[in-house]
Every structure is written in C-alpha cells, then in structure tokens.
Design a protein around this ligand. Structure first.
Ligand code: COA
Ligand code: AMP
Length: 636
C-alpha cells in the first residue's frame, strides 16, 4: 500500500474502483462485495453493494481470533474523575457481547436505532460496538446538548432504546444527564421503550419504573453470554450522527458499514501512519465525528490502542495533562482541535509543563475541526518538535478530504493549508455560477461525485434533503459549504463557511438555529446571531436583538433570558453568552440582514459600507453597541 503521495493519488485517479477494491481486501467480509461501486441505490451511488460484513467483527473478533486478545484495545484516562483503566481486545469483546445480549433481550434487532447519550466513559464506546455487533444503528448525542436537541434526535431516528449515564463531569460541576433524558422523552413524539442508565459514583439517578434499568446490573447478568456478529450488508447503516444544518432541524448523517471500514482502515495507515499495537489518541468526544472515526472505529480496525480521555486540555488539573497522558501511555500520534492548543498555549506559553514529560516515541500532532491558525500551529511545532499536521474534513465525509499523509510521505508544510487531497477526493473550487476559478481565487469548495467510501451516502430518511443541501447547487459535485482556494502547487486553503455554520471550540453550530430560539422570546421582534472572533474558541456566537415596540422592561434582563433560552434549548455547548439589544438591524434594500458586516465590525477588522445597504447609520449604531460591550477593537 505504501508509496509516495503523488503515485498513490494517481493510482486512485487512474482506476478508483481498483484502488478501493484493493483497500477492501484488508477488511474481513462474510460475503465479498459483488461490485466495488454501483450507481444505483442512493442519491449518487453506493460502495461495495452485495458485500456482507460486520464492523464489530472487524474491530474485535478478528484480532482476538488472530491471537491478539491480550493486546490493549483501550486505555481509559479520566483525570476529572481520578480513574484509569486498561482493556484488552479480549476484555472489550466480552463486555460488548454482554451489552449486545442485553440489547437483544430488550427487543433490539438489526436496523433498530439506539441513542447513546453518555460522557466519555468506556461503557459508551462498548455500547457503540454492541450495536454494531447486532446490526443495530447507534446515534450518539453529545452530552453538552440540551433536552430539546436530544428529543429532536429521538424523534428523527425513531430510537427504541436509550443508553445513558447518571451524570457527566465538567470542571467544577457535575452535569446530571438523567433529568435531561426524562425531559427529552417527555417532549418527544416517539417514546423509546427502554433506557439503560449507567450509575456513576459521583451522582445517582432516579430510575423510572417500567422503562429504566441499571446498566451495570443488567449487563452483569449477561457476562459470559456469547452473541455472534450479525452479517450486515456493506450498505446497511452503522450509525446516524446528527450535525448542525442551516435550520433548527439537525441533519442525520448516515454512515454505512462497508465503505466506512475500508476508508478508515486506509486512513489509519496512510494518513496517520499508525501500525498495529501503537497508541493513537484522538482527544475529542464520541459525540462528534472525530470520536466516532478516530476514538472508536479506526484504531480498532487497525489493531491499535485507542485512548479514551475524560477531561479538558486545561483545568483537569492543568495545561500539562495532555503531556502527562502522552508520556505515561506512550502515545505515538495525537489528534485534537486547534482550540485545545490555544487553551494550552494561553496557560503554558513557554511549554514548562510540556518539558516535564518525556515523549521519546511521540511522532506527530494532527489538528482538525476548525481552522488551524498559523500562530498556534507554529507554536505547537516549536514546542513539540514533531510534524504538526492540519487536515480538513467534515462530519459528512467521516475521514480526511485534504491532509498531509504522513503514513505515505510527509509533504512540505504550508502554514494555513491542510495540504493536498486524499485519494477518493477530486477537489475543485467553483464560482457561484459553477465555473472553475483560477488558482489562488476564492470560491466554493466542491468534491467531484461519487464521494469515496466512508462518506455519507445520504441523510437519514431524507434523500431529498440530502440532494437539496449537497448536490443540487453544483451538479456533479458535492458542496462542502466551505469557501477557499487552491494555490499553484495544488495546496488547499480553507477560508470560511458559505452558510450560517460557525465553529466554536471545534464544535459546529448553526447561527440560524440560535436565531430560531432567540425569536421565541416574547419581547424579541427580530434578531441576528453572528460568530465573533475568540482567542481560544476561534469563534463564539453573539446575538443582536431588536425588541418589540411596546417593551419597557430592562434590556439587560431580556438579554439574560435569551442567553438562558439558548442554553436550555440548544445546550451549554452553544457557548452563547452575549446578547446585545439594538434599535434596528442593518439590512440590504431587499431586506437581507448584513450579518457578515456586523461580524467584521465586532472583530475589529476593516469593513466596507455595503453598496446595497438600506440605511448606513444603522451600522454605526451597531458599532457603538459593540464598543460598549468591549468588542470591535479586538485584533484577529
Ligand atoms: N456535557 C455537558 N456539558 C458540556 C459538555 C458535556 N460533554 N462539554 C462541554 N460542556 C459545557 C461546558 O461545561 C461549558 O459550560 P459552561 O458554559 O457552563 O462553562 C460549555 O458546554 C461550553 O463548553 P466548551 O466549549 O468545551 O468550553 P469550555 O470553556 O468548557 O472549554 C476548551 C474550552 C477549549 C478547553 C474546550 O472547548 C476543549 O477542550 N476543546 C477541545 C476541542 C474538542 O474536543 N473539539 C471536538 C471536535 S475535534
Ligand atoms: P464538523 O462537521 O463538525 O467536523 O465541522 C466541519 C467543518 O469544520 C468544515 O466544514 C470546516 O468549516 C471546519 N473545518 C474542519 N477542519 C478544518 C480545517 N482543518 N481547517 C479549516 N476548517 C476546518
């Protein structure tokens, strides 16, 4: 498989099907696929149709059957709870079988959906694998989302069962999960029949009779029960992961079994350069795609050891925790979001804590999830003295579209660019009319269809929405909704989103969804939410509120209520802390709110008076309102 980047990319381009057929030979199939790619069966086609396999089998059983049952599959390190544990492949297989048996006894069969709403505990990861084992479709919901968001996912997926925990742990506070689950089930139309609750020592949850059961007790009863892996079609769903769309209704990104394994397995060796038995650490959360792909599935497919981390890069207990863990567990490659490094740098700019931990085998740091600002990237390079690799992808693609493939060849780094397209991805930059632009010219970043294995084949129960959101605007291409350019050497630069999505601490948020919530406040007539620059989180949302004419209450009280509304409706993850009351919103003559200009003013970057503006004085009012809150003069 190894070879230089250009040779490998050309090999794919010359014969994509042969390339992926070869990659698929590394996966165990119960029935090999009849076809590598077929144009039928989905909005743009399907990979490995006719093949039968099982993701859990490939992650666990085949390693155990090959005599590697004692090798370490997971290391759990939770500085926030003071817990550490090590699980061999054999241990994980036993736990996963017991959970699979528990799910089966509760009527969960192939194709049924199971919601997992849990903190970063090993049982969450085992539960995902247990679903895969019996062909059930998991949908993991990030713990920082509120009950409403959970309810939307219960309804859209039609989940029959929920696995949750009594609480999550955040610095300085315990987050009770169970009341959120109860509230979500109360407001959802579709009612899951069962709820398994992992009781954590930090907080016990009340169980609802007839529906809730203690996770540990029920699973313990099934220890030793053998549950074989169910053969599933390569094209059957492995999971649904909801991600922010441009409305309050999240998009259910679907991942299949066959293509997903083929692509992730390829990426582990060729992009991340990880070999069997090595420790790989993706410091993310299983609620995000990074967690699905690179905490759970890819490391296991590769027979590596994956680290499950429950904590924060700073404050649990300090900015040295990443280095303590990397040193203690012999981590070879770390993957995290740039925001984590900005947080560490702010507290340990000279790397004093870093130097306290020897990491002789540490090979590389991979950054993704948001723009890696060159300053942070260079700081990480200086401190770590290993390659620091920016790479670009999305929940939708499931694995990197553009990267520097260390496993193949270290390409020269250009700061600010995630480097070059990976095999499977033919990336183009188009203007709004769909014409290719010259190198160096900003435009819409699109991917030629078909998307490679591992990418979403469609949205859950929403082929039409998939087509409208991703395929309709640029026929023959997948629209990434990112804007950027390709330079003369073929390096891609990502500059911004083309929709209302902002990236806050590596978390993807829809400002449109936040506006929908602000607008529900009885005193708010109109609102606009924009993402403004933040030195650690990259961007944070800021809401501008126009109040109804007859409102005489204190504006500060209304602003606090709106902040609380967002926290209750979307969740703390939205990091929505600032709402500002203004007299009017700046609009074009056709009535479009000038969010981009408001954002520039807030960020203190140069801005031009838009030619189409209806009333230029309104922007001065906005600038004044922002100045009063201390915004508008921040350097980018
Ligand atoms: N369950 C419940 N609440 C959660 C949560 C979870 N799993 N994760 C975050 N929250 C809460 C936080 O407690 C915080 O609440 P607060 O407003 O009461 O303080 C809020 O959601 C925002 O969290 P976060 O964005 O994580 O900000 P932070 O200030 O707690 O931490 C960083 C800042 C930079 C340290 C943190 O964002 C981080 O570690 N980022 C790493 C990036 C990452 O993992 N990205 C994933 C994609 S790769
Ligand atoms: P998510 O689906 O949460 O992974 O978010 C995907 C979005 O995050 C992308 O569409 C980009 O806007 C942004 N993103 C991810 N990785 C990068 C990167 N390396 N550089 C710039 N933006 C990125």
């Amino acid at each position: 498989m190894q070879g230089s980047y250009r040779q490998t990319y050309s090999r794919w381009k010359d014969d994509p099907e042969a390339f992926w057929r070869e990659a698929a030979a590394e996966i165990s199939w119960f029935k090999p696929p009849a076809q590598t790619f077929s144009r039928e069966g989905g909005p743009y086609g399907r990979w490995f149709a006719g093949g039968e396999t099982n993701t859990c089998y490939n992650c666990l059983d085949r390693h155990v059957l090959a005599g590697r049952g004692d090798d370490t599959a997971f290391i759990y390190d939770s500085p926030i709870s003071g817990t550490k544990a090590v699980f061999s492949y054999g241990d994980v297989l036993a736990e996963v079988s017991a959970i699979a048996a528990t799910l089966r006894q509760r009527g969960i069969a192939k194709g049924d959906r199971v919601i997992i709403y849990m903190p970063m505990v090993p049982q969450a990861v085992f539960s995902m694998l247990a679903c895969a084992r019996i062909g059930a479709v998991h949908s993991v919901v990030f713990g920082g989302f509120a009950a409403n968001e959970l309810a939307a996912r219960i309804d859209d997926s039609g989940a029959k069962l929920i696995i949750t925990a009594s609480c999550g742990l955040e610095p300085g506070r315990i987050v009770p999960y169970k009341p959120l689950v109860d509230q979500a089930i109360a407001i959802s139309k579709s009612k899951p029949a069962h709820c398994l609750v992992l009781q954590r020592p930090q907080l016990a949850a009340d169980l609802t009779a007839g529906r809730d059961e203690d996770f540990d007790t029920t699973v313990a009863r099934n220890r030793g029960v053998t549950v074989e892996c169910i053969p599933v079609s390569a094209t059957d769903e492995l999971y649904i992961l909801y991600t922010s769309g441009t409305t309050g209704q999240p998009k259910g990104v679907v991942r299949d079994n066959g293509g997903h394994m083929v692509a992730l397995n390829w990426s582990m060796a060729n992009i991340f350069g990880i070999k069997q038995g090595e420790v790989f650490w993706a410091a993310s959360d299983i609620g995000w795609v990074v967690g699905h792909s690179y905490i759970v599935y890819a490391p296991l497919l590769a027979g590596a050891t994956s680290l499950i981390f429950e904590g924060k890069p700073v404050g649990t207990p300090d900015a040295g925790v990443f280095w303590r863990i990397a040193s203690e567990h012999d981590v070879r490659v770390l993957f995290t979001a740039p925001t984590a490094f900005r947080a560490i740098r702010r507290e340990d700019s000279d790397g004093v804590r870093l130097k306290a931990y020897p990491m002789p085998n540490f090979r590389a740091l991979f950054l993704a999830g948001e723009r890696a600002d060159p300053e942070t990237l260079k700081w990480a390079e200086r401190m770590l003295d290993v390659p620091v690799i920016d790479h670009w992808w999305q929940t939708e693609t499931g694995w990197p579209m553009v990267a520097n493939p260390l496993g193949l060849e270290a390409l020269p780094v250009k700061h600010g660019s995630p480097s070059m397209p990976m095999p499977g991805y033919s990336i183009h930059v188009l203007d709004d009319a769909g014409h290719a632009v010259e190198p160096g010219t900003l435009g819409n970043i699109v991917v030629e269809l078909p998307l490679p294995p591992g990418c979403l084949p469609t949205l859950w129960n929403a082929d039409e929405r998939f087509h409208t959101a991703y395929l309709a605007e640029f026929p023959g291409y997948y629209k990434t909704a990112d804007a950027g350019y390709i330079d003369e050497d073929g390096y891609l630069f990502i500059m911004s989103r083309t929709d209302d999505i902002i990236n806050c601490a590596g978390h993807r948020l829809s400002t449109g969804a936040m506006e929908e919530v602000c607008a529900t406040h009885p005193d708010v007539a109109e609102c606009a939410v924009v993402g403004i620059a933040d030195q650690v989180k990259g961007q944070v949302p800021c809401g501008f509120l126009v109040l109804k004419k007859n409102v005489s209450r204190e504006t500060s009280a209304i602003e606090s209520e709106v902040v609380q509304l967002i926290r209750d409706a979307i969740g703390p993850v939205a990091s929505f802390k600032t709402a500002i009351t203004v007299e009017r919103l700046p609009k074009t003559r056709s009535g479009k709110i000038l969010r981009g200009t408001m954002q520039k003013i807030a960020d203190g970057v140069p801005w031009k008076m838009p030619a189409t503006i209806d009333d230029p004085t309104i922007l001065e009012e906005i600038a004044e309102a922002l100045r009063k809150r201390g915004y508008g003069s921040l350097p980018m």
